[in-house]
Write a protein that binds this ligand. Structure first.
Ligand SMILES: Cc1cc2nc3c(=O)[nH]c(=O)nc-3n(C[C@H](O)[C@H](O)[C@H](O)COP(=O)(O)O)c2cc1C
Length: 263
């Protein structure tokens, strides 16, 4: 386990401005893709879920839900649908986070209110943000208890099959999955990130630049024995092409079928 200073160094290649050790869990995150067989006890899991529900949520609408899928054939099928990601099968726990306006729609019906605001971009964003905030708070709680996690965007590769497997009603959609488990001793490292000045601007938006980060993350990839032949900015830019989206460019059709984003 790193000290705060080591975590900060690995993140930015710079010295931490001060030592505030209670912040260490927030700086230490790294995605974990290999887990031990150890299970996560129910009491700890309950508290992690309580952390998720302790997140801020737009107007207290709580427009998210999560479906946990136990180890077994359905989990294995989801692993395939996520691009054959073995960690989905192997993790102690796997949860699919949903944007969920279905609950709100059912309350509207109950109170004889026409839910004309739900198929809007605004409400879709509300649901996605709610799901992400809840998940990340659960992640922070889990990581503070020595669990590892990995987000699984691959859950959006085949959204109709996922919806079928999980019995998703209209106005719900899988936003991402999350694997949880105790990290295998593989030594996953803290990944360098862009310098704060590239992300946190003062007064006005700044001009993007990549040279410093391209060099720093190339060093990290080399140290990890990973391919560093192409700069991070180039590889990232490729994701800006529609071909980089691996089929997810058609997600809008699924979302509209589910009743989202009509206008
Ligand atoms: C919404 C989201 C979806 C992601 N999907 C995947 C995924 O499907 N598979 C995977 O191995 N990692 C996935 N990741 C993990 C990212 O690759 C990882 O967070 C990023 O490379 C930064 O590394 P770090 O988390 O170790 O800091 C996802 C992360 C996020 C936030």
């Amino acid at each position: 386990m790193e000290s705060l200073d080591e975590a900060y160094q690995q993140r930015y290649g710079q010295e931490a401005p001060s030592q505030r050790d209670s912040l260490l869990p927030f700086l230490q995150h790294r995605s974990i893709r290999r887990y031990t067989d150890e299970t996560i006890k129910d009491d700890l899991w309950d508290l992690c879920k309580a952390a998720a529900q302790s997140a801020a949520t737009s107007s207290n609408l709580q427009t998210w839900s999560a479906v946990e899928v136990a180890k077994g054939p359905t989990r294995d099928r989801l692993a395939d649908l996520c691009g054959n990601q073995k960690q989905v099968s192997a993790a102690a726990r796997f949860v699919v986070f949903l944007g969920d306006l279905h609950r709100l729609e059912s309350f509207a019906k109950q109170h004889d209110i026409e839910a004309t605001g739900l198929p809007t971009a605004e409400m879709f964003i509300v649901a996605v943000v709610d799901a992400a905030l809840a998940a990340e708070r659960m992640v922070c709680a889990a990581e503070s208890q020595d669990l590892g996690i990995c987000y699984i965007g691959g859950i959006r590769n085949h959204p109709r099959e996922v919806a079928e497997l999980l019995g998703l009603p209209r106005l719900t959609a899988p936003i991402f999955g999350l694997t949880f488990g105790y990290p295998a001793p593989s030594g996953a490292s803290i990944k360098p990130k862009l310098r704060q000045s590239e992300v946190f601007f003062e007064e006005k938006y700044g001009t993007p630049s990549s040279a410093e980060y391209d060099a720093r993350i190339a060093e990290f990839f080399k140290a990890q024995g990973m391919d560093a032949s192409e700069p991070w900015s180039f590889k990232s830019a490729q994701r800006a092409r529609i071909e980089g989206l691996s089929g997810r460019e058609n997600l809008i059709d699924f979302l509209r079928e589910q009743g989202f984003l009509d206008h």
